[in-house]
Design a protein around this ligand. Structure first.
Ligand SMILES: Nc1nc(=O)c2c([nH]1)NC[C@@H]1CN(c3ccc(C(=O)N[C@@H](CCC(=O)O)C(=O)O)cc3)C=[N+]21
Length: 286
């Protein structure tokens, strides 16, 4: 079997082109472009690179960038003041707090202080609650990107058995909430480090979403032939970035979202989509 590529890079580029048109209209209506803010605390090279990438994406679609970089030893109060500023700034349509925050900070308190209407990540407790209740809210970017990637490649979702590996707040926990909506109608199993018989769960699945951060965790012998396999793991090693899916998996998978070039670019595109939608809500266009 030669897996069909779930090409996140190309799909994200397509989405950015559509968004650029909506941004142009919004900019005319609003008298200024929508703005994405980022709050980065500290100088982790990975986090810096992600934030830089988000601002490049913004420039490409015509969204204004608002950057707030704070030192690694910033106090809780300093970070919360930055949040208050962005909440009050009319040029900032939506923003994100780059995670993880340094350990001395209370990330939960920072997220709760955000204006839920400006939560571009969909990770504010109010918005995660709305997602659980099925009320409209900005959706978490990576889960939204995964659903969009599967839909645009016509991977069957209705009745599909999905195995998610990893219970993180940004991917593993919320993805099940999206895929089990009536509009998707999948059946989701959430596996984690306490799961007994992981290989059995993976083998049952039509769709495998690996978001554990465990390099090469999913090997070809674990997979149902023809399954859609999405690599959401990123581990930085001396040999570069390594995903959760072993490269051999491409031999048995029916579809493959590789890392890099799969879900990562979709995550970034969905962040832009959340900002555009937040701006459209402010002018009553949605
Ligand atoms: N508040 C917050 N929101 C996030 O969305 C968030 C976060 N914090 N903290 C860190 C994770 C990680 N994340 C990625 C997004 C895109 C790529 C991406 O585009 N990856 C490229 C490769 C990038 C590279 O070379 O490093 C790809 O897969 O092709 C990766 C990782 C968002 N995160």
């Amino acid at each position: 079997m030669n897996a069909q590529l779930l090409d996140g890079k190309a799909t994200a580029a397509e989405i950015r082109r559509d968004l650029a048109e909506r941004v142009a209209k919004l900019s005319a209506t609003l008298g200024r472009p929508p703005g994405l803010g980022t709050v980065l605390v500290g100088d982790d090279p990975g986090s810096r690179a992600y934030v830089a990438g988000k601002h490049r994406d913004c420039a490409q679609v015509g969204i204004a960038s608002i950057r707030r970089d704070l030192p690694a030893d910033a106090s809780q109060q300093q970070v919360e003041e930055t949040i208050d500023e962005l909440n009050a700034d009319p040029a900032c349509t939506g923003y994100i707090v780059q995670l993880p925050l340094p350990r001395h900070l209370d990330a939960g308190a920072v997220l709760e202080r955000m204006d839920p209407a400006k939560d571009a990540d969909g990770l504010h407790p109010v918005n995660l609650g709305r997602l659980t209740l099925g009320v409209e809210a900005p959706l978490p970017c990576t889960p939204r990107g995964i659903v969009e990637l599967l839909r645009r490649h016509e991977v069957p979702l209705a009745g599909a058995r999905v195995c998610v590996i990893g219970r993180g707040v940004t991917v593993g926990r919320p993805i099940g909430l999206l895929l089990t909506r009536r509009s998707e109608n999948s059946t989701v199993t959430l596996c984690h480090t306490g799961t007994k018989g992981l290989a059995w769960h993976v083998r049952e699945a039509d769709i495998v979403i690996a978001a554990a951060g465990s390099p090469g965790l999913v090997t070809k012998d674990m997979l149902r032939p023809g399954a859609a396999v999405l690599d959401v793991g990123i581990t930085r090693t001396d040999q570069g970035l390594v995903g959760d899916i072993h490269p051999d998996a491409a031999e048995v998978a029916g579809w493959l979202a590789p890392m890099p070039g799969g879900v990562g670019p979709m995550t970034r595109a969905m962040l832009l989509a959340n900002v555009v939608e937040a701006a459209e809500r402010t002018v009553g266009a949605v």
